[in-house]
Ligand binder design. Sequence first.
Ligand code: SF4
Length: 406
Amino acid sequence: MGKSVVAIVKGAKDPGEEEIAALVRKAIELAGGLADIISRGDTVLINPNLVIPQSPETGATTDPRVCQAIADMVKEIGARPIIAESSAVGIDTEEAFRATGYTKLREKGYEVIDLKKEKTTKVPIPKGKSVKELSLPRPVVEAKAIISVPAMKTHDQALVTLSLKNTKGLLPDTFKRKFHTTFGIYQGVADLCTVFRPALAVVDGIIAQEGLGPMFGTPVEMDLIIAGKDPVAVDAITSMVMGFGPQEDGVIDAAARLGVGTADPDKIEVVGETISSVQRRFKRAEEAVFELVTIPKGFQLIFDERTCTGCRRNVLSVLVDLKEQGKLDRAAGLTVVAGKAERLPDVDREHLVLVGNCLAKFREYATFVPGCTPNNRDIIAGILGEESKVMYTARGGAEKNSEPPQ
Ligand code: SF4
């Protein structure tokens, strides 16, 4: 089998609409063009990352000019492009369309649809390790090809979020939640991509985002478009451009293991720019938090792959809140756990704080902060041992149970 081809194209600083269109065209042509994946009359679903209503200048969302350029290339073949997205759980996708400039594309005659409003169909995932069946919006199921167009970002949970992770934006909200609580985000996305594998990945690296991605990081101007027909290879090479290992991210690793594509640089041909000529080390999410706060002595934070963005974000932002309140030193010696842990860490119960309903089965063993997502006020109360709806079982609350449940 031949190598997977990944094209890296770099533009001038602050490119305009025409320059972006030229960059996208060049990257797709270097990656082998569209003719072998799209035919006249096909419906092609173009999926940007519009996780929240934030302008592409923040690096959090895909620039509409990138999707417009792809849609124009699809139209030239005689196929029908549909730009489609379902924003994060609880976010109005139409509001995201307005904030990111996609309503303007609609006004120009491009088809832009909110997948949250579409009827769904059940689809089996026969090769899925954790997902066996999904309900997906009909336009996703009926599309002849999916083009994933992520923004180039770090992620507080999955290290990076690129073309594979972006496919989570094809899911209805109920399944987005299940990917965190039940399936596991790494395996869930890899399983989804065994059936809905993007035929083309085009990474919008014009304005990328580092640090507290996928929503609250710092924009970084890269002026890059990275494209290819093997989404695993595209994500692996983009990860390397961002200063990570090709398979360091859990989603890329799970997808490579399932045979969705290759993350092995020896099996990937990079065309256009070299990795080293455009590489920049991106700040990781936890580095950004730890730059803002000095972690007190003996404090530990334990997340796993099933800890949702909500719990992660709130626990991390609580550390910043506590610093601002001058109370961060009171977290010294505590271990804070969030996610769907099966077992608790080997820490004495007086120094353990369990955050979120996923840990409710341990509620009588240690301090437990209820909620899904738990709010900052209650997490702060849990850490400080102050009054709220938090249960202080281990620190003198009414309910006593000295053995951790299994
Ligand atoms: S409790 Fe936290 S980790 Fe669990 S489902 Fe809710 S937000 Fe996600």
